[in-house]
Design a protein around this ligand. Structure first.
Ligand code: AMP
Ligand code: MG
Length: 469
């Protein structure tokens, strides 16, 4: 079999990307292949497992018709402007059009590109396994996300603090177009490119949008929904730079991300996020900040500038109410509430405040609501009882089913991911496959897998994650 690649992105002008073939690796070995995703893409899993497929996933075989480019983008990293970033270690093979629609296939860790700056263009097995598990768990949690098609060990070492085994992730996304892609051209005053990019994104992701203002509104709404979903599972992205915000509304760039164990709004995992800019509770504010950067890229396309600025500002300001509505929807469902009441925001905040004060586990507290034992999660269980008095007056018959379908039994806990990476480094990939299996059905935890729902013991706690380099 061969893959028919489509090239709508590389039909854009040449300044959007740099032609780039992946650099070959010495001894590729398939760590994991996502067969159900392969089917969604219209790809033959048996072929992907075979010598030709593996060679393609490792970057050793150049598939016919593949685009082979590194994409250009810029971005604000921790609020600081960087005029040129781009794919420093990712190569876009091209787009496939299958039952799930049009999807990019990118090899991450495929070697140096013109955008690599000082980097080696490679990835090691730790971040590759982390991204594989996290992105597949997010998908199973019904959160829009890039996906993992395959992880391949390269057989070549990668030098980090120490020498590590190299790996490549085959990543699938609706597209890899970021807020930072727009910023790249806006910063260069390249109105023709901005216009072409805007048309491309509308045609590809938001065909109902009739121009740049409608595009802005569509991206604002997609991000409001996305970030509300993150918040509803305790997800902390960790590096919400504008180059890591997809205009398609998917979660992208699983670097230092993690999901919370015990709830606290100030939780930060990323070792480089010293000021807590990307802490759990800051994520909606940061999303709005990023969207303001996006808006300023679109203003030049929006006709007379004073009205354009007013319209763009109003579109960005609409993020807060859209987010608030999406957040309330998600957390109402977590409490089992089907109808709406003005006091719901306070009711939700009351539980979360009490959880923070009582060291309650985020996932397990919400999951336990429908089982009647959530109070056990609280240092002082009467704090839960006090809150539950109000909650009980709001519940309606059938609330347990609503809560059960909104509260996962298991998430990819950070200490589990670290254990899996440690085992893989020692040559045992079975724990990776087992964790992946469990978090792929997060609402449905077998009794024999119960241990995966346990928070870390003190000595297992992992408080910091490191960027995926
Ligand atoms: P990230 O922090 O993963 O969003 O990456 C930020 C920028 O650094 C992007 O332009 C990446 O392509 C680039 N980058 C990250 N790791 C490497 C690496 N090992 N080699 C080259 N470029 C990298
Ligand atoms: Mg990135």
């Amino acid at each position: 079999m061969s893959i028919t690649f489509d090239t709508s992105y590389t039909d854009l002008p040449a300044r959007f990307y740099a032609p780039q073939a992946p650099a070959p690796v010495p001894a590729p070995r398939l760590i994991a292949l996502n067969e159900s995703l392969a089917r969604d893409l219209g790809l033959d899993a048996n072929w992907l497992r075979g010598p030709d497929g593996l060679a393609m996933l490792a970057g050793n075989r150049w598939p016919q018709g593949a685009a082979g480019v590194a994409q250009a983008y810029a971005g604000h990293q921790f609020g600081g402007w960087v005029p040129q970033l781009g794919d420093g270690r990712a190569v876009l093979l091209g787009e496939v059009v299958g039952p799930a629609g049009r999807r990019d296939i990118v090899l991450k860790g495929a070697g140096r590109t013109v955008f690599s700056r000082g980097g080696d263009g490679r990835a090691w097995i730790g971040p590759v396994l982390r991204e594989y598990i996290m992105s597949e768990a997010m998908h199973a949690l019904e959160i829009p996300t890039t996906r993992a098609l395959a992880a391949v060990a390269t057989g070549a070492p990668v030098l980090r603090e120490t020498s590590r085994p190299g790996a490549i992730l085959a990543r699938v996304a609706a597209s890899h177009i970021r807020v930072g892609t727009f910023q790249y051209f806006a910063a260069r005053n390249d109105i023709d490119a901005l216009s072409a990019l805007s048309d491309h994104v509308i045609a590809r992701h938001f065909p109902q949008a009739d121009g740049p203002l409608a595009l802005l509104t569509a991206v604002v709404n997609a991000q409001a929904d996305l970030v509300a979903r993150w918040m509803s599972v305790g997800f902390i992205h960790g590096v919400m730079n504008t180059d890591n915000m997809s205009v398609a509304g998917e979660t992208i760039d699983y670097g230092p991300c993690a999901m919370m164990d015990s709830y606290h709004p100030d939780t930060v995992y990323s070792s480089i996020d010293r000021g807590g800019r990307y802490a759990y509770a800051n994520q909606p504010k940061i999303a709005a900040w990023n969207l303001a950067q996006f808006a300023s890229c679109l203003v030049p396309l929006m006709g007379p500038q004073d009205t354009a600025i007013a319209e763009a500002t109003a579109a960005v300001n609409a993020f807060a109410p859209a987010y608030q509505a999406a957040y309330l929807d998600r957390f109402r469902a977590k409490l089992g509430l089907a109808d709406q009441d003005d006091g719901d925001g306070d009711l939700i905040a009351g539980l979360l405040d009490s959880m923070a004060a009582n060291g309650a586990d985020f996932t397990n507290t919400f999951n336990a609501l429908a089982h009647g034992n959530a109070r056990d999660q609280f240092i002082d269980p009467t704090a839960f009882d006090d809150w539950a008095v109000r909650w009980k007056t709001r519940r309606r018959p059938g609330w347990e089913d609503i809560a059960a379908s909104a509260n996962p039994a298991v998430i990819p806990r950070n200490h589990r991911i670290e254990q899996v990476i440690g085992a893989a480094l020692a040559g045992d990939e079975a724990p990776f496959h087992d964790l992946l299996r469990v978090v792929s059905t997060p609402f449905d935890l077998a009794e024999s897998d119960r241990a995966y729902s346990a928070p870390p013991r003190d000595e297992e706690r992992v408080l910091q994650t490191f960027c995926g380099t």
